[in-house]
Design a protein around this ligand. Sequence first.
Ligand code: AMP
Length: 142
Amino acid sequence: MIVAHILASKGRDVATTTPDKTISAVVAELSARKIGALVVLERGRLAGIVSERDIVKAIGLRGAGILDDPVSSIMTRDVVTCRESDTINGVMTRMTRRRFRHMPVVEDGDLVGIISIGDVVKARIEEVEHEADELRTYIATA
Ligand code: AMP
């Protein structure tokens, strides 16, 4: 299975913000959408990613006053992305090795979707269940 299969079922909507927005605005957006990260766009281009983990870390280090600071002060700038043709297994391996749970999907410089670890695990379970069904049918009819 590849990333394009996940996007076909979950859609291509990506929740985004900009570097100048406050961290409290990000908290409100994450909470309202029930998600864990926003992609940061600057003049329409991928500039970073900010996740709940960045916010918790910053509050833990510097206190709740950081909620008025801009997203640019805590976002990760070096974003690892994937392509629609990448395999789910490959994406899962990269997420596990690098210890993050979100991966924007980029094609020719354009943001076309986002994959979370939840999407990847769901896709893998469906794949394994499908293989098990095929094996059961094969054994029953052999
Ligand atoms: P997460 O597990 O996605 O909540 O993120 C954990 C940390 O990795 C945070 O510092 C995020 O900003 C960062 N992060 C999340 N996704 C990515 C990504 N695709 N590329 C680089 N860093 C990321």
